[in-house]
Ligand binder design. Structure first.
Ligand code: ZN
Length: 52
């Protein structure tokens, strides 16, 4: 799964679609995980994109 910020959510979805050929499950990052950073930049992750 990929953690990403608001800006890179499209990129994360594209990555999962490319890799797994399935539309990803998008969920908001839980409050206690808000310190997790985006996979693509230094912003805090807002969404979690999973391949299931
Ligand atoms: Zn980002």
């Amino acid at each position: 799964m990929i953690y990403c910020c608001e800006e890179h959510v499209d990129l994360a979805i594209d990555t999962i679609v490319d890799e797994f050929e399935t539309f990803p499950l998008l969920s908001k990052v839980a409050v206690d995980e808000l310190s997790t950073s985006c996979e693509y930049c230094r912003n805090s992750a807002v969404y979690m994109v999973a391949n299931e």
